[in-house]
Design a binder for this molecule. Structure first.
Ligand SMILES: NC(=O)C1=CN([C@@H]2O[C@H](COP(=O)(O)OP(=O)(O)OC[C@H]3O[C@@H](n4cnc5c(N)ncnc54)[C@H](O)[C@@H]3O)[C@@H](O)[C@H]2O)C=CC1
Ligand SMILES: O=C(O)[C@H]1O[C@H](OP(=O)(O)OP(=O)(O)OC[C@H]2O[C@@H](n3ccc(=O)[nH]c3=O)[C@H](O)[C@@H]2O)[C@H](O)[C@@H](O)[C@@H]1O
Length: 430
């Protein structure tokens, strides 16, 4: 199949490379010239394990190409995927500017029948609206067949998730769009669910909202564990062994970040409210999530009544391991709070480059974790990169001024750290 992917971000690039890997002829289009220039050279401009190699292979065998020419791209393809961003507006609703502009661009250059698949996460009714936007901006009389095909990949394991999805959802009332997508996904062995466009839109939001709820739930239980000396890890394990609950997304810590959970919880809550259905549970999920950094800093202040002048080494800047994505990463509100307390911050992350804005605020970045921890009064883990599990913690102990270790991701073995004479604290008694 000849496929055009519009929006070469995390989702679009992964989707395009995977379709090419499966033998399709893919073109990636973006309005950001620098991304296209980089991708044309085979340079993945973001960090995603395994994707760079697959991109290079697909470029070499000619199954993927990149362009910033929308006219030629739209004219030469029949199947178009929309993977542009849908960030949050101030009021919590999704900003559909990119989706609208991309739809109008399709309309402008449309020269024949097109199948347009919305893969971006979009609020209820947007896919049908995309069809209208295309119609309103075209002079071409031939049909547009739309579908909603939500994406469920996670950053950091995007390639694996795209190759091995749990399910594929095709939302469309249009038989041509449906059958094209069924054909496209026929080699996948997972369940394929056919729904209306609106149901597909809602499945995506409800899934992300539910996962975020699991995280906030376990974070609340962890606070209770702190009060009664119960290990949250034992509680999560015991809960997760119930097949109806499952072990995933029960890792207590500093809360969820990233480009999706925060914005999708906000959008789902805001749009439901405007329909007269307040999703109060999600309002609490967000509140709990926002309180996590404060809760953790207060924990630190129980040990250090003042953080003024203390050297804090913060390990991890990305919103989760194996990505360089810092959108809504909890490391940043944590740094804000620490700066307000007068702490001196040194950060380490395996891949993220700290912006000059933070450097001018006085934060120091070190690429060597052993240099970062030198003479620190306390270490705070904000991202559970496996690098931190593998550190020589005995060596770290020798380098620090005082061996206080605040593990905001409960990622290290508390007993082992205590044996190494660290004053170790996580969230949920650990
Ligand atoms: N990042 C993730 O892990 C996941 C994201 N999603 C959803 O997928 C969508 C995209 O997310 P990301 O890939 O993270 O976004 P992103 O911000 O990384 O990429 C979006 C890309 O679209 C481009 N773009 C904007 N307007 C365009 C236009 N008119 N024509 C061509 N390109 C255009 C931008 O320049 C950018 O490169 C969002 O709706 C998100 O909620 C869904 C599942 C996973
Ligand atoms: O719509 C999206 O963009 C994607 O959002 C999430 O994927 P992602 O944000 O990439 O990463 P997750 O692994 O879900 O982690 C999100 C955040 O939750 C935190 N988290 C995750 C799991 C957990 O048990 N505890 C916890 O605090 C992580 O540290 C991270 O900050 C979903 O898992 C994907 O299915 C979805 O496609």
């Amino acid at each position: 199949m000849k496929i055009l992917i519009i929006g070469m971000g995390y989702v679009g690039t992964t989707t395009g490379v995977v379709f090419a890997h499966q033998g399709h002829e893919v073109t990636g289009l973006d309005i950001d010239e620098s991304k296209i220039t980089s991708l044309k050279k085979g340079n993945l401009y973001f960090h995603e394990p395994g994707l760079q190699e697959m991109l290079f292979d697909q470029l070499k065998n000619g199954r993927i190409q990149f362009t910033s020419d929308p006219r030629a791209a739209v004219e030469n393809h029949d199947v178009l995927f929309l993977t542009v961003g849908t960030p949050s507006l101030e009021n919590g609703n999704a900003d559909l500017t990119f989706i609208k502009k991309a739809a109008e661009m399709i309309g402008r250059y449309k020269n024949k029948e097109k199948i347009v698949v919305v893969k971006s996460t979009v609020p209820l009714g947007t896919t049908d609206q995309v069809e209208q936007w295309i119609k309103q901006s075209t002079t071409d009389p031939s049909s547009t067949h739309v579908a909603m095909n939500p994406e469920f990949l996670r950053e950091g394991s995007a390639l694996y998730d795209a190759l091995h999805p749990n399910r594929i959802v095709i939302g469309s009332q249009n038989s041509k769009a449906r059958s094209t997508l069924e054909q496209l996904y026929r080699s996948f062995t997972c369940p394929l669910l056919i729904t209306s466009t609106k149901a597909a839109e809602m499945i995506k939001y409800a899934s992300n909202a539910f996962l975020a709820t699991k995280i906030s739930f376990i974070n609340e239980v962890a606070k209770l564990c702190d009060q009664v000396d119960v290990q949250i890890k034992d509680v999560a394990k015991g809960m997760g062994l119930d097949q109806r609950i499952g072990p995933d997304f029960l890792q207590a810590g500093l809360g969820y970040g990233g480009s999706c959970f925060p914005k999708d919880v906000k959008e789902f809550t805001a749009s439901a409210k405007s329909l007269g259905v307040p999703l109060t549970i999600l309002e609490d999920v967000e509140k709990i999530n926002k309180s996590q950094p404060h809760y953790f800093i207060n924990k630190m202040k129980n040990t250090f009544p003042t953080l003024k002048g203390k050297k804090v080494t913060l390990l991890g800047l990305s919103f989760k391991p194996d990505t360089d994505d810092i959108r809504e990463s909890v490391a940043f509100p944590i740094m804000d709070l620490l700066l307000k307390e007068g702490a001196k911050i040194t950060v380490h992350d395996p891949v993220v480059n700290l912006s000059t804005e933070w450097l001018t605020k006085g934060v120091t970045q070190c690429w060597d974790p052993y240099v970062a921890v030198k003479n620190s009064d306390m270490i705070l883990i904000a991202t559970n990169w496996s690098h931190y599990e593998k550190l020589d913690w005995a060596k770290v102990h020798e380098l620090v001024t005082t061996p206080h270790l605040f593990d905001g991701r409960n990622m290290l073995n508390a007993e082992k750290m205590k044996l190494l004479k660290f004053h170790y604290q996580g969230i949920g008694y650990a």
